[in-house]
Ligand binder design. Sequence first.
Ligand code: ARG
Length: 289
Amino acid sequence: MDRPFFLMTDPACFDVSYRINPWMKPEAWGAADAAAASAASRSLRTALEAAGAHVETVGAVRGLPDLVFPANAAVVLDGKVLLARFRHPERQGEEPVFRAAFQKLKARGVVDELIDLPEGLFHEGAGDAIWDAERRLFWCGYGPRSSKGAVAVVKRAFGQETVALELATERFYHLDTCFCPLAGGKVLYYPPAFTPAALAAIHARVAEHDRIEASDAEAAAFCVNAVNLGAQIVMARAPQSLRGKLTARDYRLAEVDLDPFILSGGGAYCMTLRLDRTTRDAALRYAAE
Ligand code: ARG
């Protein structure tokens, strides 16, 4: 694969009809939001393609509104796919749908191997296991959704270092809502989302000059939930304050209006799942320079 390869999901059956995180307000959801969602999803796809990515779409399934968040379907690295198990019954129906999608991708040679999580553990995919290509490790969130015990499974499945980060609040229930490693080694993160031990683990591995702290407003705008491709960062519409912080560090922002998905507690990163990453990524990029 020569281009970044992302999965997205057709938003035709997306809505906010239940509440499994504090951002979701079923009573506020309406027909206008559904129409806006399909435009928003198209804009995100266009922004990823403009950044050089290839995007494929999983079909919508009635009754599974959160299927639009494929980041939660699996952890993917080096062609291995560790399939998710969702904490909430509302999302468990997505598991066979994503499994079937990955089986098809395997038949095409896009991925090589599907791995099941041991019984009794929850893990919500790349939302709670974020590959840091610069440091060559997985940052793993746990608490509200993923089980602490699943961190060791990620480590074993991929044979890579993991750093377990306990999430302190239901508002930032997946690691990808509050933590985003960037090309070049910087990390955009929202400190209040972490327990003191998790913050210490981040600070032990990310030097102070590489830390970019998101404010309450920036985190609540789901801007930490971003897709990074080299110098380009694709995210929900950003407060001016965040634009300044990122452009000062030579990142380029592509902002997309993702308001309908924010009503479900999700942004750009969770609407996608990257399939082509390998442990050689960073080394290859430096070799090419
Ligand atoms: N409504 C979805 C849920 O609560 C949103 C998931 C967003 N995904 C993410 N990786 N943050 O599960």
